[in-house]
Design a binder for this molecule. Structure first.
Ligand code: XMP
Length: 497
């Protein structure tokens, strides 16, 4: 019944995730018995198969720390100067309690003009720089501010804030959430400042703790030999990227991703060899590739992992602009088949918009999925929320969009010294999804249910069932795809978790 993957993907069609569907198999274990632990690359293990994409609207310090805390990993983008990328990595590794606090910071000579200035937080924190560092001067609570008289509200914050010294509120940066809760209770303060070697690395409020405690929990986080979160870093393949890499390794990067839309190039092969020779301890991930031929070249050069996808991303226009690429389901299946023979893990990059896509990517042979748009609307993604057509959204843009390339990301798409910039991506916005700490655990549970339906209790078992042709699948007609989605209703309510 149905087709073996080998046969379905051997017919000359380029299939996307939505084009294919698995036939259910046999269940003899519970959903909780499904284990999603995996490898990002040869020597980097993860307890969940989730990776955040190196994009400047997705992966900075809060995303990287949160992905690691969940058991996945974040890859910090490089659309910035070397020192900024290194400091994002250092910060991510310091955020032991990975709460993307809603804290608002202001300078002492600023004013608070309306209650909206507090945002979703109960405090405005005051420091000389209007940011978390170097240290706090004071704070204003929303309730106290609301009780001020109108003329007092017109004063500078400095005139009515409550002064505080960091040390009164400091707790060690590596304290866990339960202990923070105990300190908040004990000291009757509304917040604590996480301190690492005399430097404030995060502010955690009671609201933050209450919120995060309600989220479902996953297994253990991704911690490196330095006892800090593992964090990945993207770089390009230019001479200057060698200097960048040196700084990133010093900052503690645990794995490096060579970021290119067409990875099978002389530049990348040379860079892989350079990294392997100069940093034997560091895993290097090559890509992007979509064919066995491309993959073979990168593996022979020494790649410890492969990133698969060309033009499948939600913001990508590469297939339209350059006429190259491949349907993501076909690309993942083909490259994984080759990579498995060499023991090289594959990252299915782009095109993930629901848990079903994750199941498909993993069962077709990937070891992890890399996500951009799926994570971009989260609290942990860089940037502020805004309202568009009455919806709370965050900006999400392709790294090949003109806007991002103007900021410097052109080498991913140009590769050489081309002077004309041709966009291969767009700028858009995605809906607010709340915290990744909340929706990733739900998503993983849904993925486990998919694995259970297929009778696969782990990624290895799924890969084996696919390769020995036990798992069967079919292509879906256009009508079957419509039938497989929500249809025929006058309206419906789309609830997220
Ligand atoms: P999703 O579907 O998760 O895709 O939003 C994220 C992936 O898309 C790739 N990417 C791009 N591809 N033009 C492209 O053709 C772009 O501007 C662009 N920006 C990102 C990248 O592989 C990312 O992980």
């Amino acid at each position: 019944d149905g087709f073996a993957a080998e046969r379905l993907f051997g017919q000359g069609y380029s299939y996307t995730y939505d084009d294919v569907i698995f036939l259910p198999h046999y269940i003899d274990f519970s959903t909780d018995a499904v284990c999603l632990s995996t490898r990002l690359s040869k020597r980097v293990s993860l307890s969940i198969p989730c990776v955040s994409s190196p994009m400047d609207t997705v992966s900075e310090s809060h995303m990287a720390a949160s992905m690691a805390a969940l058991g996945g990993i974040g890859i910090v983008h490089y659309n910035c100067d070397i020192e900024t990328q290194a400091s994002v990595i250092r910060h991510a590794k310091s955020l032991r309690v990975p709460i993307a606090s809603d804290a608002v910071f202001k300078c002492p000579d600023h004013q608070i003009t309306s209650v909206d200035d507090f945002g979703p937080s109960s405090f405005v924190f005051v420091s000389q720089t209007g940011t978390l560092t170097p240290n706090l001067l004071g704070y204003v609570s929303k309730s106290e501010w609301s009780n001020l008289k109108d003329d007092q509200k017109e004063m500078k914050i400095y005139d009515y804030m409550r002064s505080c010294e960091d040390k009164d509120y400091s707790v060690p940066w590596d304290i866990d959430l339960d202990k923070i809760e105990a300190v908040l209770e004990d000291k009757q303060k509304g917040f604590v400042v996480l301190d690492k070697d005399g430097e404030a690395v995060n502010v955690v409020t009671k609201d933050d703790v209450d919120r995060v405690k309600g989220y479902p929990k996953l297994g253990s986080g991704t911690v490196g030999s330095d006892k800090k979160w593992m964090v990945g870093a993207a770089i390009g393949t230019r001479e200057s990227d060698k200097e960048r890499l040196e700084h990133l390794v010093k900052a503690g990067a645990n794995v490096v991703v060579l970021d290119s839309s067409q990875g099978n190039s002389i530049y990348q092969l040379e860079m892989i060899k350079y990294v392997k020779k100069s940093y034997p301890e560091l895993d290097v991930i090559g890509g992007n590739v979509v064919t066995m031929y491309q993959a073979e070249n990168l593996i022979q050069a020494g790649a410890d992992g492969l990133r698969v996808g060309m033009g499948s991303g939600s913001i990508c226009t590469t297939q339209e602009v350059c006429a190259v690429g491949r349907g993501q389901a076909t690309a993942v299946y083909k490259v994984s088949t080759l990579a498995a023979q060499h023991g090289v893990p594959v990252i299915a990059d782009g095109g993930i918009s629901n848990s079903g896509h994750i199941v498909k990517a993993l069962v077709l042979g990937a070891s992890t999925v890399m996500m951009g748009s799926f994570l971009a609307g989260s609290t942990e993604a860089p940037g502020a929320y805004e309202y568009r057509n009455g919806r709370r959204v965050k900006k999400y843009r392709g790294m090949g969009s003109l806007e991002a390339m103007t900021k410097g990301s052109d080498q991913r798409y140009l590769g050489d010294t081309a002077k004309l910039k041709i966009a291969q991506g767009v700028v858009g916005a995605v809906a607010d999804k709340g915290s990744v700490l909340k929706f990733i655990p739900y998503t993983m549970h849904a993925v486990k249910q998919g694995f259970q339906d297929l009778g696969a209790s782990s990624l290895e078992s799924a890969h084996k069932l696919l390769r020995d042709n036990t798992l069967r699948l079919e292509a879906r007609t256009g009508a079957a795809q419509i039938e497989g989605g929500i249809h025929g209703l006058v309206s419906y309510e789309k609830k997220s978790f």
